[in-house]
Write a protein that binds this ligand. Structure first.
Ligand code: AMP
Length: 292
């Protein structure tokens, strides 16, 4: 599965990406995380990105494109990946198209998590509180001031990607205001619809139960028809010469009727009952003849 998650800061991209990673064993590629790691490790890229990130602006395209290009060459990419936070500009999206083409990788879908902007500040505040509660270091760009800058850059630089991917028939939009669980379900539904994952297989036991439930009414119907055939065969057995013919005819018709809707248990039961009825009718005729 190769997927892009698109959405403003606080839309839930990271949370959903984590869930997909656990479910499908694929890799999450978050350029934000990679850049934060580079800043922490004080690599040349990190040193370049540090102040830009702290201010809420976007790191230059060449830097993030370079990071993603290297990462896509790693062996753990073969099962698939989720891009979270990349691409963020149209030139980044165009560069990604080129990279994927060169590497013969097909993108399955771009899922946009659409949220009300008014909810975003709340969400980011909750994220900060949770990180603090876990004793984790809080991101320096998770402040109300920097958030409004990040939102502005999302609107002007990233939102055009919605049009970019919708034109290429890759875009699916999910209401990011639903619960985490509902959003996950919707994403999974989209992934199955585009053929990125197998639709959920029905467990074998459940499938057998369903088959039995389907077969049962037909079985009952067949048994009823067969009972009727026995009765009719008995009646038909009365006039000696016509008896066996009549019984056979009734039996055959009943058997065909009962067998037609469903093959299997129902049809078998009907056939057996029919044979029995024919045999019984023939016996009666023989007995009557012997008496005479
Ligand atoms: P995120 O964790 O995705 O919110 O990203 C945090 C910060 O990293 C952003 O505000 C940007 O400064 C920088 N960043 C992450 N991804 C990109 C990208 N694709 N292009 C440019 N800057 C990025």
């Amino acid at each position: 599965m190769r997927l892009i998650l698109l959405g403003p800061p606080g839309a839930g991209k990271g949370t959903q990406a984590q869930r997909l990673v656990q479910k499908y064993g694929i890799v999450q590629l978050s350029t934000g995380e990679m850049l934060r790691a580079a800043v922490a490790a004080q690599t040349p890229v990190g040193l370049q990105a540090k102040d830009i990130m702290a201010s809420g602006s976007l790191v230059p395209d060449e830097i993030v494109i370079g990071i993603i290009s290297d990462r896509l060459d790693q062996p753990d990419m073969k099962n698939g990946f989720i891009l979270d936070g990349f691409p963020r500009t149209v030139p980044q999206a165009a560069a990604l198209d080129d990279l994927l083409k060169k590497k013969h990788i097909k993108l399955d879908a771009v899922i946009e998590l659409r949220v009300n902007e008014s909810a975003l500040l709340n969400r980011v505040e909750t994220r900060v509180a949770e990180m603090q509660a876990r004793g984790e270091e809080v991101r320096i760009d998770d402040t109300p001031e920097v958030l409004s800058k990040r939102l502005a850059s999302y609107r002007s630089m990233t939102e055009p990607l919605i049009h970019y991917y919708s034109e290429r028939r890759k875009l699916a939009t999910v209401d990011g205001m639903m619960t985490i669980e509902q959003v996950t379900r919707e994403i999974n539904r989209i992934l199955a619809a585009v053929g990125a994952v197998e639709p959920r297989a029905v467990p074998a036991r459940k499938a057998r139960g369903a088959a039995r439930r389907t077969a049962r009414p037909a079985g009952k119907k067949a048994a009823k028809t067969a009972k009727k055939a026995v009765k009719q065969a008995r009646k038909a057995a009365k006039p000696a010469s016509k008896a066996s013919k009549g019984a056979k005819k009734v039996g055959k018709t009943a058997g065909r009727k009962a067998a037609s809707p469903v093959r299997g248990r129902g049809a078998g039961t009907a056939k057996k009952a029919t044979k029995k009825a024919v045999r019984k009718a023939a016996k009666k005729v023989t007995k009557k003849r012997a008496k005479r």
